[in-house]
Write a new protein. Sequence first.
Length: 308
Amino acid sequence: MMARDDIGTLISKTETWILPELESVFDKAVLDDITVKAASYSLFAGGKRLRPLMMHLTSRMLGLNDELDSDVKYFAATLEMIHTYSLIHDDLPAMDNDDLRRGKPTCHKVYGEGIATLAGDLLLNSAMERLFRICESKPGYIYAASALAANAGINGMIGGQSIDIASSDRKIPVELLTELQEKKTGALIEAAVVTPYYISKSMTRSESASDETAISLRKLASHIGLAFQIRDDILDVISDSTILGKSTGKDERDSKATFVTLLGLDGAKERLDEELKSIRDILAGFAKQGFDTSDYETLAGYLGDRDR
């Protein structure tokens, strides 16, 4: 039996896999534009590339051939553009008002609020253009593209951000917090986990609703998203900015509802353990079907004890 890759190796392999695609997202003719420079600053600011990582893990777990894996990579770069746009906007003074991201000054601290706003807009718009382009040549990917876009919209990430802002400075039930995070954090993770399967099957919307593998992948993504966010909430309390690469203590500063503020630190840790158990139970089900889940098991271990 081959030794299982550790999380550092998986992240490194994903960076090698995705980097050439990310480097091609903007035409050379526009690279000197200040908004493109700002967008590129954030797109290549580092980070763990967890969403492309999960796309890569699903592709490997499903055993997709090279042609399909290349298309997954295209979607992964597109998803990373959407994720980066959300971070740029999230850091703006009107949102979370953060000065540090991935250990570097946030986009608006380097380029100003106006250009940072445009940089986020550019990344989102360019991502949509990419989805249209691949569907022109491969119409069977229409559902995969539309589902990814929907996960970034009002029923996904933006909807979660909307609840987040509307809930500022007030106590909310843990059920609403869970919905908030399932949308704000979990929706793009769902896109990462499930999109390779949609691609492999050229799946339609109706097929997606009833397909047992698609349903299980969405459940897996939901628990991964919650586990990631709960650990994030815990780190905001127990870590420091030099390790985390972003500001800490800002949840308390901004009176934000988190799993720690609602459940307490011990309660949040217990909820994290529950989510990790659910992840491992779903992976066990995939393993019984003959899928190689070793990479996802490595990710599950990382989610429980990551320090940044």
